[in-house]
Design a protein around this ligand. Structure first.
Ligand SMILES: [Zn+2]
Ligand SMILES: [Zn+2]
Length: 140
């Protein structure tokens, strides 16, 4: 029994012993109930969107988004269901980012890699030139 496993529940702020779940048992139960409410509502209302679902079930948009990202709520058969992109808030239906944020991020990574390789190639190039010059000078 380690006291070191105590932590504040990110949902209600109460101290609890950290187990498999990252929230306290009371919150875990509540989340479970919220999930049931959402699942039940969705069964009857396939065309609901995120905000209508939140309004109808009194479950926070954030928690519903979490259910979707965890794969507990499948939005494949819910044409109006979207959740906000983590970067710009655009409505999306898969992943964490909208296509434009994703391509911006990928471009950023690519540019960083290109810069890195360019630097490496440059330093190699300079090294080569120096060798060449040295040899030239030695030859004289
Ligand atoms: Zn809690
Ligand atoms: Zn975005």
């Amino acid at each position: 029994m380690g006291i070191g496993n105590l932590q504040n529940c990110p949902r209600c702020g109460k101290l609890f012993v950290k187990g498999i779940k990252d929230v306290c048992p009371a919150c875990d139960r509540e989340i479970e109930e919220e999930y049931q409410r959402c699942a039940e509502y969705i069964r009857e209302h396939r065309l609901v969107n995120l905000y209508e679902l939140s309004e109808a079930t009194k479950v926070s948009v954030k928690q519903i988004t979490k259910f979707i990202k965890e794969g507990r709520i499948s939005i494949a058969e819910m044409p109006n269901m979207t959740y906000p992109c983590e970067s710009c808030g655009e409505p999306i239906r898969e992943g964490k980012l909208c296509p434009s944020c994703r391509s911006r991020l990928e471009k950023g990574i690519k540019q960083a890699i290109e810069k890195q390789t360019m630097k490496e190639e440059q330093s190699k190039g300079i090294g080569f030139r120096r060798d060449f010059l040295d040899k030239g000078q030695n030859g004289r």
